[in-house]
Design a protein around this ligand. Structure first.
Ligand SMILES: [Zn+2]
Length: 292
């Protein structure tokens, strides 16, 4: 039987469990996206149903999809994967219309009859989307950032909205007052040695409550989160990666899922996308903005 002891106060310098928890959770530094402080990236651990509320943000960089000042729900950006380790860099050309040394090299190789078409293709930028989300199964995590391949989710979401009836109101699903929760059936896909998650089904469910404006009103615009390197720096990195290819070890296990998306994108891109890419790499020459 335990004997009662008088509690003695011993002063120990405790580590901070919170600091540890926060570090383990957010220790991952994303190569191309700078997350606002305190906001983590959404990660999928298993397949199955995910219920996500997608939050709106204020557009700062206008496009033919959303104008400056509008509340929108996704930020489209393009990424190159370069070197043996497929390091990720934002494509300045396709993301913000500035010169991109990697697109230029792809265009050069495309004109070279001896170039390996697979290598040319591997240089093309891949389309991705960013979202602010609340995971309904883990609301305590608050707002998270979801960085996802367009081909594995957004394309299907676009199709669901395009094929809906007007009175379904799917097109305003991200309205914080009258919007809907996305119920996403995630499927685990294995391709070679890689496993990743892809949206198999997307359903729209009315929300019982509106979303507290405090959750999203002060969030930075998603337009401010993409890390875009200047032309000269990106060019130097690109050539360095090329040289390093032979002796580098693959150390980026956590990027395996994204790596798999490259393979998947390559096999799932439809004709339109390929045409778009072809157009893109051929019209590089007319941009002479030397800062990029
Ligand atoms: Zn590019």
């Amino acid at each position: 039987m335990a004997t009662k002891k008088k509690k003695k106060r011993v002063k120990r310098k405790l580590s901070s469990a919170r600091r540890k928890a926060e570090k383990s959770n957010s220790g991952f530094e994303h190569p191309t996206i700078k997350a606002p402080e305190g906001i983590d990236f959404l990660r999928f651990q298993t397949d199955g149903i995910k219920r996500l509320d997608i939050l709106p943000y204020v557009v700062k960089v206008g496009s033919d999809i959303a104008e400056v000042g509008e509340w929108h729900y996704e930020k489209t950006f393009y990424e190159h994967r370069i070197g043996a380790n497929h390091h990720r860099y934002i494509c300045p050309k396709r993301t913000i219309g500035k010169r991109c040394p990697i697109c230029e090299e792809a265009a050069r190789l495309q004109r070279d009859p001896d170039a390996d078409p697979d290598i040319v293709k591997s240089l093309y930028a891949k389309q991705r989307e960013l979202f602010y989300v609340i995971d309904n199964d883990e609301p305590e995590k608050g707002v998270q950032i979801w960085d996802m391949s367009y081909h594995l989710f957004g394309k299907k979401l676009d199709a669901r909205i395009r094929n809906s009836d007007e009175d379904d109101n799917y097109d305003t699903f991200f309205d914080p007052e009258d919007g809907m929760t996305l119920k996403i059936g995630m499927e685990e896909v294995s391709l070679g040695q890689y496993t990743f998650y892809s949206a198999e089904t997307i359903d729209f469910k009315s929300r019982k409550d509106s979303i507290d404006p405090e959750l999203f009103e002060d969030l930075p615009s998603l337009d401010d989160l993409v890390k875009i390197e200047k032309y000269d720096k990106l060019k130097a990195i690109f050539h360095q990666e090329d040289e390093d290819d032979e002796d580098e070890e693959d150390e980026e296990d956590r990027l395996d899922s994204e790596l798999a998306e490259i393979v998947s994108n390559d096999s799932s891109e439809d004709e339109d996308d390929d045409e778009e890419e072809d157009d893109d790499v051929e019209d590089d020459e007319d941009d002479d903005d030397e800062d990029w």
